[in-house]
Design a protein around this ligand. Structure first.
Ligand SMILES: C[S@@+](CC[C@H](N)C(=O)[O-])C[C@H]1O[C@@H](n2cnc3c(N)ncnc32)[C@H](O)[C@@H]1O
Length: 160
């Protein structure tokens, strides 16, 4: 399927998490990849492309919806090593990224029911993406936050 969402991924258009979803996960100390002209923020501290959030030291509880496309796994690997946070990516469970950084390392997953309608930097909500999404928790407190979030989907604890 080649939806407009996927086409835009390749051109690195920004796709922002609906704020109501992040609010359900609690307070975050850092979003390491936030838009420069963000219509809303998900964390108390935010790195943008100007900072290059991937090269920075991460701190506290991290919310990560990484830039999609090639290189995305570097952000997931960094969150895995940081050990405290929640990521949101497409649920492409067969990929190298999943096998190298998620299946054996994350604490829990929440497969989202239906498709998340992300936002453009303009603050306008986009159409339906071409793939389902999954939240990934690193750290037991983040697993608990996913479990108790009330976000509609299927929770899977990977460390039980
Ligand atoms: C999928 S969007 C998610 C934005 C936001 N985290 C959210 O969930 O609403 C990815 C973001 O990463 C930013 N980005 C790309 N490369 C970056 C870098 N090296 N350092 C910091 N931010 C970056 C883009 O500008 C874009 O806003």
């Amino acid at each position: 399927m080649n939806t407009s969402f996927e086409r835009c991924e390749n051109t690195k258009v920004e796709w922002l998490t609906p704020p109501n979803l992040v609010l359900k996960l609690g307070e975050f100390d850092l979003d390491p990849c936030s838009p420069i002209d963000a219509p809303f923020l998900h964390a108390n501290n935010n790195f943008t492309t100007i900072d290059d959030g991937l090269s920075k030291e991460w701190f506290g509880r991290v919310y990560l919806n990484p830039p999609y496309g090639r290189g995305m796994e570097l952000w997931i690997e960094k969150l895995k090593n940081h050990g405290n946070g929640i990521a949101l990516i497409f649920a492409r469970t067969e990929t190298k990224c999943f096998f190298e950084h998620i299946w054996n390392d994350a604490d829990a997953l929440l497969f989202v029911k239906g498709r998340i309608r992300f936002y453009h930097v303009t603050g306008v909500q986009a159409g339906t993406p071409g793939a389902p999404s999954v939240f990934i928790a690193y750290g037991r407190e983040n697993a608990l936050a996913l479990k108790n979030s009330g976000i509609d989907g299927r929770y899977l604890d990977l460390k039980l």
